[in-house]
Design a protein. Structure first.
Length: 190
């Protein structure tokens, strides 16, 4: 019986070292060597200063910026999450209607405009950095007006949105989307 316990303790020590130390160090080393930008968090640097990550959405409330998708966690990455409100929830319905009214009025859109779902409902993680191309294009008029762009700069803004459109991963995973953090950094350069 004592020999069985000693064998079990040895196996525990060996497996703990292999799976808890050796494997994570190996995977981190390989990941850092092959994908150094991604392994360090896909950090966005502007003027030698870290301003965010391509993978984590930020709260943009100023009218001169594209707005991110609503967040159930107020864009706090740790812990991230959604509201857990179900499809029959009156609170969810009210929040969605309030978001639609706010979005249409502040973007100078008719009340009957079909607002894309990603501007009405929070993402599951609460920190999604992407919005749909339609959501971005519906915000162009507001941003152009706020920044006092003439028609040439407004057209340039539309072209910029389309330039930042990302295709689905591997051609099939997800939808076409625009990274709000990257787009907002770029429009400050116009």
């Amino acid at each position: 019986m004592l020999s069985n316990i000693l064998i079990s303790v040895r196996m525990l020590i060996v497996l703990t070292f292999l799976t808890g130390v050796l494997y994570p160090v190996f995977v981190t080393g390989v990941g850092t060597a092959i994908f150094p930008y991604q392994a360090k968090g896909s950090l966005v640097i502007n003027n030698s200063k870290i301003v965010g990550s391509e993978l984590i959405g930020q709260k943009f409330q100023a009218n001169k910026y594209f707005w991110s998708r609503p967040s159930g966690s107020d864009y706090v990455a740790n812990p991230s999450g959604s509201s857990n409100l179900g499809p029959t929830s009156e609170d969810l319905k009210k929040a969605m209607l309030d978001r639609k009214k706010d979005f249409t009025s502040k973007n100078y859109l008719p009340e009957d405009t079909k607002v894309p779902e990603d501007m009405l409902f929070a993402s599951g993680s609460g920190v999604d950095p992407h919005i749909s191309l339609d959501s971005a294009l519906l915000q162009v008029k507001r941003i152009a007006k706020e920044r006092a762009f003439d028609s040439i700069k407004s057209d340039k803004l539309i072209d910029l949105v389309k330039k930042f459109e990302e295709k689905p991963q591997v051609g099939v995973l997800g939808e076409n989307r625009v990274n709000v953090v990257m787009l907002n950094l770029e429009i400050d350069k116009i």
